[in-house]
Design a protein around this ligand. Structure first.
Ligand SMILES: NC(=O)c1ccc[n+]([C@@H]2O[C@H](COP(=O)([O-])OP(=O)(O)OC[C@H]3O[C@@H](n4cnc5c(N)ncnc54)[C@H](OP(=O)(O)O)[C@@H]3O)[C@@H](O)[C@H]2O)c1
Length: 323
């Protein structure tokens, strides 16, 4: 099988494609022929050594995948050769074949392709966790989504719309906003030219109820100031590379809240609760309530440049590697 290997930390260019032997399948594992692996911002952070967890070297990056079961360990029940599956694996997805624990597998809903399935785990789980576990939302509330054409942003737009929210997609170019409109955003703000706070207050007639921030930097304070009474700012990440400081008087004013979101660590430490969350997500996809975006695809050997393009702000929408 083929795998993308990171032998030293240093960024996306330090990975290389190599041939590896998987060996005999353990009795308690399932072998999956990987068709697609999602590329996420965090994968680039891992190989750059900039993530809060530093894996032992060498390692295979890639946090999520979709494919078909190719072999089933002798003590495993519930899975059969040929089953379509998807999995969030943390590391190891950038490979043509992987051995996984049955507990890691989810049946891929018939309503979506392998490329959609490979790119939804992290972004949709984060969106679902944010809007159903870190806060509660009510139909008709206004949500402003920063970095709305990115992975987390697009997922939040979709989940928020399904939960009955009115969505404002905020992004840094018209091209990015056009994708958000195609994905059903009710309103858009180009924050490269427009003042986010002013536009959001105009659109919402006073201030948004929620803001989702996977971007950080100068956008965070603008988003906080765009909130109305009892507004909630959910801090997701810092794709801009800058962790902002915010004036706490802006939290006090209008009784706002700032909420941290860390789905990844929560999922690792609460596997049963995360299983329930993923089951809700899969049910919503199967029922057609949410529909993950179809990603741009590249061959597995382009893993390095794919991660680099994501980290360097050149990707609009989602990316998947095909093997
Ligand atoms: N807390 C959690 O549980 C959790 C879960 C998943 C991801 N995250 C984090 O959330 C952040 C976003 O992840 P994502 O998957 O949405 O990433 P993504 O697909 O690359 O999107 C990030 C967005 O950030 C904006 N951005 C601004 N400056 C950027 C820069 N210098 N480079 C790249 N993007 C820039 C871009 O939108 P505009 O140009 O329109 O501003 C872009 O669309 C990452 O930091 C990731 O680690 C956190």
């Amino acid at each position: 099988m083929r795998a993308v290997v990171c032998k030293e930390l240093g960024g996306p260019d330090s990975v290389e494609l190599s041939e590896r032997e998987l060996g005999d399948l353990s009795a308690d594992r399932v072998r999956v022929r990987v068709h697609a692996a999602g590329v996420n911002f965090v994968d680039g952070l891992f190989v750059a050594g900039e993530y809060q967890i530093r894996p032992e070297l060498p390692f295979v990056p890639g946090s999520e995948l979709a494919g078909t079961v190719s072999e089933v360990g002798s003590s495993v029940t519930g899975w059969e050769v040929g089953d379509r599956v998807m999995a969030s694996v943390g590391l190891g997805a950038f490979a043509s074949e992987v051995d996984l624990s049955p507990a890691q597998l989810l049946a891929t809903p018939d309503t979506i392709s392998d490329t959609q399935a490979a790119t939804l785990g992290q972004s949709y789980a984060t969106a679902w966790f944010s809007l159903t576990r870190r806060t509660t939302v009510q139909s008709g509330e206004w949500i402003v989504v920063l970095g709305a054409s990115g992975g987390v942003g697009l997922a939040v737009l979709d989940v928020a719309r399904a939960l009955g929210l009115n969505t404002i997609a905020a992004a840094s170019s018209q091209e990015r906003l056009e994708l958000c409109i195609r994905r059903g955003a009710h309103e858009v703000v180009d924050y490269s030219g427009e003042d986010l706070k002013t536009r959001v207050r105009e659109i919402t007639d006073g201030g948004a109820d929620l803001a989702i921030d996977p971007v950080g930097g100068e956008r965070t304070e603008q988003a906080l100031r765009s909130l109305g009474d009892f507004g909630r700012l959910l801090v997701i990440g810092f794709a801009s590379g800058e962790i902002p400081r915010i004036p706490t008087n802006q939290v006090l004013l209008r009784n706002r809240s700032v909420l941290g979101v860390d789905w990844g660590i929560w999922a690792l430490t609460n596997p049963t609760l995360n299983g329930e969350l993923m089951a809700e997500l899969v049910a919503a996809i199967s029922a057609g309530q949410i529909t993950p975006v179809e990603p741009e695809t590249r061959p597995l050997e382009q893993a390095g440049s794919a991660m680099r393009d994501l980290l360097e702000h050149r990707v609009v929408g989602k990316l998947a590697l095909i093997s």
